[in-house]
Design a protein around this ligand. Structure first.
Ligand SMILES: [Zn+2]
Length: 570
């Protein structure tokens, strides 16, 4: 591969990290990085006059690979033929809308100007499948978050108060299965349900393990902090999809407030797809938005960040490690359903859903997500997601961006949603419209910062040359008054540049590149590592259907393996 020198000339640059807010300037690229300048005679020159130049999009939470995505593909054949993508000279063929195939996923993200996407929920035992699919997904840098919230070894270490060993086990796991961050899904609740119990708030002990969800959350948060992992604990809270659950969400955030301490002001918890976790009311008939409670908390505390999980009215597929939630959802909707059990680690479920404007609950959900986005003041704490595909497909992001930037766009849809939901919520009274820079913070600058990716999400010298150029001229397009034109411009990039190579031109992939896979390698003390390995040999004998040696994924399996090495405090 010959590294290209590129000069992007006269573009309107937006780069919130470097406080550049719509300045006409040139950006130079050499050897895959952004540089001060390059020799114009040896460079490809891109004329970006009248266009915006941005860092490539960075998605903090999107289900794009692994067994649950694959089961979604199997469960929903109709999702394939809605979107058939033929082979081109550059692209392989593909299918799928809510559960797209790997190639389609990579191409669609890239054509939308995204360059990094992290997959947020993976059973460690099935990680080889996840890695294989990520290897297969072109155009993007990727990583994944193994699931720890219902893991037997985690609960045993916690019960025995062996916190050093717990941290060392987390480090061993991430290194062994090539994970990047720690994910908890309904901590304790999935395991409790598997033994015939219920999903509960934070203080009911898990059957057979005698530890509570609160202990799991606090113990894992501490472990992540002591390991110095690049991303904080990423959590799907207990009681998801239940009326009145905003109280559990706030209790979850508050349970780790002390752990943050003087942690350089870095958040210690990322509460994901909050829209599903911040409802008021006591039943589905009086369901309401609890966004104002969450917003008040986030506005007053710095130890937590969130992503939204905005719903988009569409026919999509829900998929989560929260097996008990999917069990309930299929009971309510009567839709097709898969539930899975992953040995000593986690569960999962998949159920299709069609979000309808006329449906009271769905309208409340749509409003709740937007209210949370608009009521939280600091965009650095809020990541824009749809929890693809749970709230909607990632290809609908430009529509969500338009809702954030245009009261008119929101109102147009609000006029069509369930009237009772409208009357019970505050959305129509919210005048805030995100600035373009705020949208960029919540789709790249802020997400990259929360993920600990120093070279991404901005266009400063030394950053990865992951760049999106969109045909957006703010002299002609005002997102507030002409949201449809704004949306169209954000849907397809005029250019996407990945690691200094032009990979998309005029909204079409022109070159396929593999991208990297990041994973975290946290160094713990040798003694502790040995102790945990001895423990685990026995645990694998006792609990697993596979040998420990078969569980570990060799680095040679990974295309462009990119370990992020950190020194732990244990
Ligand atoms: Zn999710």
């Amino acid at each position: 591969m010959t590294p290209q020198n590129i000069i992007i000339k006269n573009g309107t640059v937006f780069d919130p990290v470097n406080r550049i807010d719509g300045e006409v300037m040139d950006i130079a690229v050499s050897n895959g990085k952004i540089v001060e300048r390059v020799n114009e005679s040896s460079a490809i020159v891109i004329d970006a006059s009248g266009k915006v130049v941005l860092a490539g999009g960075v998605d903090i939470h999107s289900h794009i690979a692994g067994p649950k995505v694959n089961m979604g593909r199997i469960l929903r054949p109709e999702d394939h033929y809605r979107n058939l993508k033929p082979k081109t000279a550059v692209k392989r063929s593909g299918v799928g809308t809510s559960c797209p195939s790997t190639f389609t996923t990579g191409y669609d993200y890239s054509e939308m100007g995204y360059t990094t996407v992290f997959e947020p929920a993976n059973p460690p035992l099935k990680m080889l499948h996840v890695i294989d699919e990520l290897n297969d997904t072109p155009m993007l840098d990727k990583a994944c978050y193994p699931l720890f919230g219902n893991n037997w070894h985690v609960m045993e270490y916690l019960k025995d108060n062996r916190h050093d060993e717990l941290a060392a086990y987390v480090a061993w796991m991430l290194k062994s299965v090539k994970g990047y961050a720690v994910k908890l899904v309904n901590p304790g609740g999935v395991e409790n349900w598997k033994w015939g119990g219920e999903t509960t708030p934070l203080d009911e002990p898990v059957k057979h393990f005698d530890v509570t969800p609160r202990q799991i959350i606090q113990g894992m948060c501490n472990a992540v902090k002591r390991l110095n992992l690049p991303h904080q604990m990423h959590i799907h809270a207990n009681m998801l999809g239940t009326p009145g659950n905003y109280e559990t969400a706030l209790e979850t955030l508050d349970s780790v407030r002390q752990i943050a301490g003087a942690n350089d002001g870095k958040p210690v918890i990322h509460l994901t797809h909050v829209q599903f976790n911040i409802y008021g009311g006591t039943n589905w008939m009086n369901l309401s938005s609890g966004a104002e409670h969450l917003a008040k908390y986030i506005n007053n505390h710095n130890h937590a960040s969130i992503d939204i999980g905005q719903i988009v009215f569409s026919d999509t597929t829900t998929m989560t490690a929260d097996g008990p939630f999917e069990f309930k959802l299929q009971g309510m909707t009567g839709a097709r359903w898969i539930n899975g059990d992953i040995e000593a680690e986690t569960g999962c479920g998949i159920v299709p859903i069609h979000y309808k404007k006329s449906n009271y609950v769905h309208a409340i959900m749509w409003i709740t997500g937007l209210e949370a986005s608009l009521m939280i003041d600091d965009p650095w704490k809020v990541c824009m997601t749809t929890d693809h595909p749970n709230g909607g497909y990632f290809t609908t992001y430009p529509r969500v961006m338009a809702w954030l930037m245009s009261k008119k766009a929101r109102q147009k849809l609000t006029n069509k949603v369930n009237k009772r939901a409208r009357s019970k919520t505050a959305l129509e009274s919210l005048d805030r419209e995100y600035t373009f820079s705020e949208v960029l913070i919540s789709t790249r600058a802020g997400t990259a910062r929360l993920l600990g990716l120093k070279n991404k999400g901005h266009l400063g010298v030394g950053a990865d040359a992951d760049i999106a150029i969109h045909d957006l001229d703010f002299r002609k397009i005002d997102p507030s008054t002409t949201p449809r034109k704004f949306r169209k411009a954000m849907q397809k990039a005029v250019y996407t540049i990945k690691d200094g190579e032009i990979v998309v031109k005029d909204g079409e992939v022109v070159k396929s590149v593999p991208g990297r896979i990041y994973w975290a390698d946290a160094k713990v003390s040798d003694d502790l590592a040995r102790t945990v390995e001895t423990d685990l040999r026995q645990k694998f004998q006792d609990y697993y259907t596979v040998q420990m040696s078969n569980y570990i994924i060799a680095e040679k399996h990974i295309v462009n393996s990119t370990p992020v090495r950190v020194n732990a405090e244990v």
